[in-house]
Ligand binder design. Sequence first.
Ligand SMILES: Cc1cc2nc3c(=O)[nH]c(=O)nc-3n(C[C@H](O)[C@H](O)[C@H](O)COP(=O)(O)OP(=O)(O)OC[C@H]3O[C@@H](n4cnc5c(N)ncnc54)[C@H](O)[C@@H]3O)c2cc1C
Length: 407
Amino acid sequence: MKERIDILGAGLSGLAAATILAKAGKEVHVHEIRKDSGARFDGDFQGIENWTSETDFFEEMKTWGLEPEEFKSNAFDIIDLIHPDDVITNPVTSGTAFRVVERGTDEHCIDQGFKRMAISAGAKIHYEVKVNPNDCDIVAAGPKDSSAIAFGEIFHTDHPNHVAFQLNDKLAPGAYSYLIIIDGIGLICTCLWRKQKKSGRYLNETIAWYESNYELNRIPIKRVGGKGDFSLPEKYIHENKIYVGEAGGLQDFMWGFGMRYAITSGVLAAQSILDQCDYEVEVRKKLVPLIKTSAINRFLMNRIGDRGFKLVARYWMRDQKKNGDGLNFMKWVYQPGFLRKSLWPLVKLSMLRKKKLKDGRLVYRMPFRKPLKRDLWDPSQKANYIGEQWNEVRKGGASLSFSESDS
Ligand SMILES: Cc1cc2nc3c(=O)[nH]c(=O)nc-3n(C[C@H](O)[C@H](O)[C@H](O)COP(=O)(O)OP(=O)(O)OC[C@H]3O[C@@H](n4cnc5c(N)ncnc54)[C@H](O)[C@@H]3O)c2cc1C
């Protein structure tokens, strides 16, 4: 068994693997191109979901020896579900539906929590270095291409903690927007699952919508964003390198909730190196069925507009009434039932494109979809004002950590 393990990327998947391996006594070196863990993000809130498994994710993390207390998190059991016709209903669960964490380089961020776990287990992290991926055992370098992007604004607010999730094909082409407020800091984000020019106008219009419907007293701080890479590789171990997290295409095609897959795959890679399991087998058993189902759901979502979104929202609430729990619907969405499974050949053929990556891997990836005619509309007066307000804030030194050229 190899004694020294090299990992490319000090994000969630790489650091999860590093912690388990270092705890087992391996000499672990993590090589990170950026100056710190979490530097890919800039203080945006993300949700760790609790619907792809019956096991609470933090409990699962503890069984692996990972400590969720190392970073700040806020558990939610209720959200505002905003239908495309602006009706707001409330899916609610008796347990934890998801937890909001912050991504970035501040001490309380999840990335820094994972960094602390890896270091205290004995791993060495080398920042601002460029190494050859072929010299690494685990590739955990995050997304390469763009299949979709998310674009958001962070602001001060006096609104209490809150999460809202909006299905709206105009404000978030093909996807959804969200509002997250934690302890006086808010994030409004729009996800674009169809490629657009000038994505800022979608964000301005989305902010205008939330401002008109919630008492936010918003004072902009900065704008953030990032890309998601959705693909299914033919193999998860290629030329002796184990691909984890988004580098391995392990991402949720439907909503982009990739953190749970990233951490789980990092753990499985470490366990496989320690001869406790076979990575290829475990990933195919535990994660690939969920990812395939999410791809089938995405295929269906790509075919509907606001009318379809309204049906989804209605069905969700009907399901809650029938089963007494709002999380039941989200769990059902990820279950690979017979009907959805039978769509897989069609999804693979029509939504995914075969691509040979530079490292020689063959993947079936979802390209960034083209815009539709209906994506072009005149911005509202309020959205124009919000755009001008942002330009002023930016001139005053506010940061913009993501732009279309990064996608
Ligand atoms: C705006 C946005 C919102 C999101 N919201 C959610 C959410 O609410 N819930 C959720 O579950 N997921 C969400 N995601 C997805 C989630 O962030 C990712 O799926 C997850 O971080 C992937 O983890 P990873 O370890 O694969 O990559 P990362 O955590 O990004 O880590 C990859 C690391 O590798 C480094 N790296 C890259 N190239 C190299 C190289 N050549 N050499 C060395 N290091 C390298 C990077 O700098 C980075 O530190 C969101 C993503 C974005 C962009």
